[in-house]
Write a protein that binds this ligand. Sequence first.
Ligand SMILES: [Zn+2]
Length: 342
Amino acid sequence: MSPELLTDTSRTMRALVLHGKEDLRFERRDVLRPGPGEVRVEIGSVGVCGSDKHFYLEGRASSDIVSEPLVLGHEFGGRIVEVGPGGDEARVGQRVSVEPLMADPLSPQARRGSYNLDPGQRFFGVPGTDGALQQYLNVPAENAFDIPDSMSDDAAAMVETISVSLNGVRKAGVSAGSRILITGGGPIGLFAAQLAFLQGASRVVLVEPQSERRAKAASFGCEVSADLASVDELFDAVIECTGVGVVRHDSCLKVAPGGRAIFIGVGAQDASIPMPAIIEREVSVQGVMRYAFTWPTVIDAVATGRIDADSLVSRTLPFDRAIEAWTVPLTTEVKTMIHVNR
Ligand SMILES: [Zn+2]
């Protein structure tokens, strides 16, 4: 069934479209009605991710390459304004946080509980699927999770980032008394630190060169360090959030015998890791790909104040000025939020 156009006056909308390297343009696009099983979301806040910056500057991020015009934006929430045919009309008006990952529930990976590993998955805001930097987006109804009014639009968008951190912290096996090292104090690392404490970690050391980010980490109870070389102890788990080759390598040397090295940061395509330390100490090495089954947990943690999402927003931009998120770097950057309908 081809999507139907709206016939009222709000038939078109603004979208920010990436045409290639360093080429972002505002365009007008048709507003489409949601199909069966979909809801139309009026976009609230959209978070700008490191991967969005790679798409803009290099035309690619990891193995995803921009070959056709693409609307970025995978960290988002908003308000349901229309439900597709046969949908639950009572949801109109509901504020939501949207999980951008769409996997086949019948894929072998999904059936094993890891729908994030489905090779056929689609993902809003990466090549092949337009994202949320447009005024409206139709999403599967089950990907739109209700949020309470106490949660801000920015926090709704941040659920995506926190989900990545939660997946990493789960894989790190954090429990009461754990000693955890986190490399990188961007949003992923800072949320991983908060989640590690929430899971019972007794010590979290966070390594980050930028002083404002270190101050943020310290405010969450972390011990902080500007460089990994000056950290002289071993940890039950290391959560690597930088993607920098040398940090990946050296972080493995900080894992205690029997511990875990968790790799979240993408970046360097190839990296060497110290095999003697990994073999002789029986270190488990684990990658982290997005997340699965995190939204309700994260929404609950934010809504009850156990995770502080709002204080990691370092800049907000109205949609008119969205391009500045890419062109005006901030030295104190943690997370930029774009307010699409304001
Ligand atoms: Zn992201």
